[in-house]
Write a protein that binds this ligand. Structure first.
Ligand SMILES: [Zn+2]
Ligand SMILES: [Zn+2]
Length: 327
């Protein structure tokens, strides 16, 4: 089973049996096929990238697939156990959850989501998002930021990104609602792509936000929630004006953070990089992936304990020559 992947052709989730992942398309919900659809694709009977999907615009001509084996469903049974907690949703302020636009020279690439938090080192606020949100850009510039590339130092990508435009994701019309920029990407030496889901502790990107940006900084929670604790995904809910989707934490380890949504039907696609918040509105994780199992909907993210470790190691790595943009 592949809980965290759906087939973009027939829509099945989880994918059962072998999964065919396109390595050429940007990481996201549209780059997997089930075995039956992959065979149909080989016969020219299935379209890939998904028609109208995100990857279709990435301008790739050759699509290289890799077959992946799934995991046993026993691994997921425990995620059904914790009951939903009863708690009322925290308010999500305007200009805290943002849509990032990554700019490299004259090119720019929109990401799904990010959020702004106060920096604990006293510097300017930070924009946090998942690293895979930048995958279209990463593939375009030809970098390999994956766990397989041991030569990647974490400095290459910050060296290329000129700035990130920030847009108010909850604005009626977000495109013209630019709030300012985050001019400096932080070097996070351990941040990488390509970890097998639901491990998401290396999927992180952080930027120093300009003092002039009209954003509202949230704060990082003091500790990672435990199984049974309520959390909310803060993102647009299609067709509504709601800003949160309720969930309950079902697994929290050093390397994983998994939650089950209260409503198994309601979907919030393309929400990578959006914050998970606790009942006080503090950020407990950055959303990384979405899954389905036993009729329930799940998500997994990079939790606050892991985020703090990345930021501390990044600060230590940048001490000799200050590249962090603190000035
Ligand atoms: Zn399929
Ligand atoms: Zn592809």
């Amino acid at each position: 089973m592949h809980v965290w992947n759906h087939c973009h052709a027939c829509g099945v989730q989880p994918i059962v049996g072998r999964r065919f992942e396109c390595l050429s398309c940007p990481a996201g919900p549209d780059n997997d096929l089930c075995e039956a659809c992959f065979r149909a694709f080989e016969r020219g009977q299935v379209e890939h990238p998904a028609p109208g999907g995100y990857a279709q615009h990435a301008g790739r001509h050759e699509h290289v697939f890799r077959a992946r084996e799934g995991v046993s469903s026993d691994r997921c049974q425990q995620w059904l156990a914790p009951p939903l907690a009863t708690a009322s949703a925290p308010a999500v302020p305007d200009r805290f959850v943002v849509r990032p636009e990554f700019r490299v020279g004259r090119d720019s690439f929109f990401g799904a989501y990010g959020c702004v938090v106060a920096a604990e080192d006293g510097g300017q606020a930070l924009l946090l998002t998942a690293l895979h949100v930048m995958d279209e850009l990463i593939k375009r510039v030809g970098l390999d930021c994956s766990v397989h590339n041991h030569a990647y130092s974490g400095e290459e990508l910050p060296g290329l990104v000129s700035e990130v435009g920030l847009y108010d994701v909850f604005a009626e019309n977000w495109m013209p609602a630019e709030l300012g920029v985050a001019p400096a990407m932080l070097t996070l030496p351990e941040a990488r792509l390509g970890e097998e889901e639901p491990l998401s502790d290396r999927d992180l990107a952080a930027f120093r936000v300009s003092a002039a940006a009209r954003v509202v900084a949230g704060r990082l929670a003091s500790a990672t929630p435990r199984p049974g604790d309520p959390v909310w995904l803060a993102a647009r809910r299609p067709g509504t004006s709601l800003r949160t989707s309720e969930a309950v934490v079902v697994e929290a380890t050093e390397r994983s953070f998994i939650f089950r949504f209260a409503d198994p039907q309601e979907g919030a696609p393309y929400t990578s990089g959006a914050p998970l918040i606790d009942r006080d509105g503090a950020v407990v994780a950055i959303n990384v992936g979405a899954g389905r199992f036993a009729g329930q909907r799940f998500g997994h993210g990079n939790h606050v304990g892991s985020i703090r470790l990345h930021l501390e190691r990044g600060a230590a790595a940048s001490l000799p020559s200050d590249r962090s943009g603190l000035a």
